[in-house]
Write a protein that binds this ligand. Structure first.
Ligand SMILES: [Zn+2]
Ligand SMILES: [Zn+2]
Length: 415
């Protein structure tokens, strides 16, 4: 036998139930976003590396260690996208989506890539569905974006706690950063190596560190919410009021900072206790568009991790019943069965036409193997009489009916 080629390390196939789960998660989120009048944007998978360095931040793990970067044949530095927001912001600017003076609501879905150490449940290609609202600073948008995340979780029957915080703005965050830096410097020796290195460049990130020693120190650190300016405080207050009005449950986490540099004001995460991980996360990024060369554009959004949600989806919606049409006899029966199978599909009935040849017993074995719910045998007698046996494989009941009657019966079953 020839040598087998395998998947690339850190990549995987989604097959059968896994593929259906993937589609279910994405379609559920997409439905909710469409209902909220978001417009789909289909983005390229590759961008110039500098887009991510400038948006996500040079001093982040993603940009420092985890990006799939390479030079194309023209010597351009490009990267497989590690997330979706930077691409949306780039597209917004490049296509002048701000030109009509209104805000834009966009969503995307697709593969993201991060070159992390492969481990159980973590792959180098993963999927996100994300939403972005560009061109508004109205706190109604913050509340609605969190509500959409909540709606997605509820629709998927996934339990997660929504944590929210405000990261302040250009006016108030520097004061907080100063106070935090002061505090962390006093505890420098107790911080992990990564955090000691981060101290001057990105002290906020230390609040995010998973190392126990750092978490202990973070616990007593100054809180950003004590440093917010009037504008940020009012904005944060409004967001919380609107969420309460919508009946969205949330907890405030003053140490929630998010892993990316571009956030300001509202940030939130939906954390699954079962996974011990965040499944949807997002927030405001009021400066990103401007920093990428566009006009000043307050904006916000979220991204949902499809794989993580898939781990939490316990039940998939049932597929409609499957009918197996079995030709029995010769060419004429095969041709009639072919036509009848298509007639069923025209009516929206999930139908398989058996390509198997041989004894009727083998045909019923095949029906069980593919999980058929009904069979219809199309043989010489059936064609002569114009009556076909519709067999329910669960109850073993069989009724003989004219074909159009069978269509009616099955249509009511297929909903
Ligand atoms: Zn502020
Ligand atoms: Zn640390």
């Amino acid at each position: 036998m020839a040598e087998k080629v395998k998947t690339v390390r850190g990549f995987r196939d989604l097959i059968g139930e896994e593929a259906r789960k993937y589609r279910y998660v994405v379609d559920t989120a997409r439905d909710i976003l469409e209902r909220n009048n978001f417009e789909e944007i289909i983005l390229p998978t590759v961008e110039y590396t500098k887009l991510f360095a400038r948006s996500i931040g040079e001093a982040t793990d993603i940009v420092e260690k985890e990006m799939f970067t390479f030079q194309d044949k023209g010597g351009r530095d490009i990267a497989l996208r590690p997330e979706g927001t930077a691409g949306v912001a780039r597209a917004y600017i490049e296509n002048k989506l701000y030109a009509d003076g209104t805000y834009k609501k966009l969503y995307y879905e697709g593969s993201m890539f991060r070159h992390e150490r492969p481990q159980k449940g973590r792959y180098r290609e993963f999927h996100q569905i994300g939403a972005e609202v560009l061109g508004t600073s109205n706190p109604l948008a913050d509340a609605e974006i969190i509500k959409i995340a909540d709606d997605i979780l509820k629709a998927l029957k996934v339990d997660a706690t929504i944590e929210i915080n405000s990261l302040g703005c250009k006016k108030c965050r520097p004061k907080y950063r100063e106070a935090l830096l002061q505090y962390l410097k006093e505890h420098k020796e107790e911080l992990c190596e990564d955090c000691q290195r981060r101290l001057e460049r990105n002290p906020l990130r230390i609040l995010d560190c998973k190392v126990e020693g750092c978490q202990l120190i973070a616990k007593n650190a100054p809180k950003i919410t004590d440093y917010l300016c009037e504008e940020c405080k009012t904005h944060h207050q409004k967001v919380k009021e609107y969420l309460k009005a919508l009946g969205v449950e949330f907890v405030e986490n003053p140490y929630l900072v998010r892993g990316l540099d571009y956030y300001s004001k509202t940030v939130f995460e939906c954390v699954s206790e079962e996974l011990g991980k965040t499944v949807i996360a997002g927030g405001r990024y009021d400066y990103l568009v401007e920093e990428l060369g566009g006009p000043p554009t307050p904006a916000l959004g979220f991204a949902a991790g499809v794989e993580r949600l898939m781990l939490l989806v316990k039940e998939l919606p049932k597929r409609p019943p499957l009918v197996l049409v079995i030709p029995f006899g010769g060419d004429r029966e095969r041709e009639e069965a072919l036509k009848l199978a298509h007639r069923l599909r025209e009516e929206g009935i999930r139908t398989e036409l058996s390509y198997r040849e041989g004894k009727i017993r083998k045909q019923f074995e095949f029906a069980n193997k593919i999980g058929a719910d009904y069979t219809i045998v199309v043989g010489e007698n059936e064609l002569k009489q114009g009556l076909f046996p519709l067999k329910n494989l669960h109850t073993r009941e069989e009724i003989k009916l004219p074909f159009e009657e069978i269509v009616k019966v099955l249509k009511t079953q297929s909903g």
